[in-house]
Design a protein around this ligand. Structure first.
Ligand code: F0G
Length: 381
């Protein structure tokens, strides 16, 4: 069977994962230890028993001067692109793959628009599990495909959408001894909720408004769970208003019906039938928030705006910033509110859009005067 083709290895990860340095208190440690250790008390014990980590999480909240000025709020960007495989998926994958090891699984499978497959491949590699991924043909960014391949996954393409690929994976999960690691796996949601903890730990409170892209809808489910857990345990005393954004051409929740052929330049959220649809709607309703859509044009403008401020996120991530700007235009933000926008993945995964929007760099002679002239410099000393 394809998933067992790396059968040289056993699933014994203790050989590769040394015991956590649990003598080091959080404040004294200079290296972030990964979500399984940092939030061990808030994650299912079965995953913590067989930890597989690439030290995911611990991502920065970057204050955005541009967006704060544009909206009159204090806007923070939760930059998930700096996770080990360049997206938020690593948080959930650390927990899901740890769980798979604990149950003695030999292989894992997932459907993906790209990032899940990159994370699954990396964490499965770390755990010495086989990994099969199914992606919509020609619809995933090259960098993400490269990641899945280089980490040793078996990649299959289907002539269909992400939703079709997920259905195949669900069927495989039912009929074969493999573990499904899409966000329908509850351990994925458990891992991803840690991002909400980090936001609150850093700010010392929950934000007033939380804005994020929505695709298969696992991540909005996870953030809402994380915020609620902290509030229920009295660590924070408020909850954010959750604002989720789909791409206009792939907005089933907004339309209230499945989209058979979703289209958007934000390929990561090109999904027509989100698996966590109901819990995404619940997060929006319970928080007095919303799930709305933004156009590809809005997303592209937002992508360029945050990039100019030094944060290179991927196109789908920019849906959150596009949504924030819409909220501001519509007068739906209160001045001085604390707002967190999640930037879910790194722009380097798909540099084509960055290149396409820029003029090709001119070629100049390797000479100071030629370089100065081309740079528009004057007043040489
Ligand atoms: N942003 C990025 C960069 C993503 O890769 C995804 C989902 C989302 C946002 C949406 O998150 O699905 O939890 O609502 N990517 C999945 C994948 C579908 O296969 O990589 P969601």
């Amino acid at each position: 069977m394809l998933l067992l083709s790396r059968g040289l290895y056993t699933a014994d990860v203790t050989e590769t994962v040394p015991p956590p340095p649990d003598t080091a208190p959080r404040a004294a440690s200079t290296q972030w230890r990964g979500v399984l250790e940092e939030y061990a008390d808030r994650l299912p014990v079965e995953a913590a028993a067989t930890p597989v980590t690439l030290r995911e999480g611990g991502t920065p909240l970057v204050y955005s001067c541009e967006l704060s000025e544009a909206t009159g709020c204090q806007v923070w960007l939760k930059f998930e692109g700096v996770n080990p495989t360049g997206s938020f998926k690593d948080r959930g994958m650390a927990v899901a793959i740890s769980g798979a090891v604990g149950t003695g699984a030999e292989g894992v499978i997932c459907a993906s628009t790209g990032n899940t497959s990159a994370a699954a491949a990396a964490y499965a590699g770390k755990a010495r599990l086989t990994c099969g991924v199914i992606v919509p043909r020609g619809k995933i960014a090259l960098g993400k495909l490269a990641q899945a391949l280089v980490h040793g996954a078996t990649v299959l393409q289907v002539d269909g959408s992400f939703d079709d690929a997920l259905q195949v994976c669900r069927d495989l999960d039912e009929r074969y001894p493999v573990e499904l690691v899409n966000s329908v796996n509850p351990l994925r949601i458990q891992g991803q909720k840690t991002a909400a903890f980090e936001v609150c730990d850093f700010l010392g409170r929950a934000p007033d408004v939380h804005v994020m892209p929505v695709g298969n809808a696992g991540n909005i489910t996870a953030y809402w769970l994380g915020y609620r857990e902290y509030a229920e345990d009295g660590i924070t005393d408020g909850l954010p208003v959750m604002r989720g954004y789909q791409a206009a051409g792939a907005a089933p929740i907004v339309r209230g019906q499945r989209v058979a052929d979703p289209t958007t330049i934000a390929t990561a959220i090109r999904i027509g039938n989100p698996a966590s649809w109901d819990s995404a709607v619940a997060a929006a309703q319970e928080s007095d928030g919303s799930i709305r859509s933004v156009t590809d044009r809005d997303i592209l403008a937002a992508y360029r705006m945050v990039a100019r401020e030094g944060v290179f996120c991927e196109m789908a991530s920019a849906a959150s910033v596009a949504g924030l700007l819409k909220l501001s235009e519509a007068g739906e933000l209160t001045p001085d509110q604390t707002v967190v926008c999640v930037l879910t993945g790194h722009g380097l995964k798909d540099p084509d859009w960055a290149i396409a929007g820029a003029a090709p760099p001119p070629v100049v002679e390797a000479d100071v005067d030629a370089a100065a002239a081309s740079l528009g410099l004057s007043g040489a000393s």
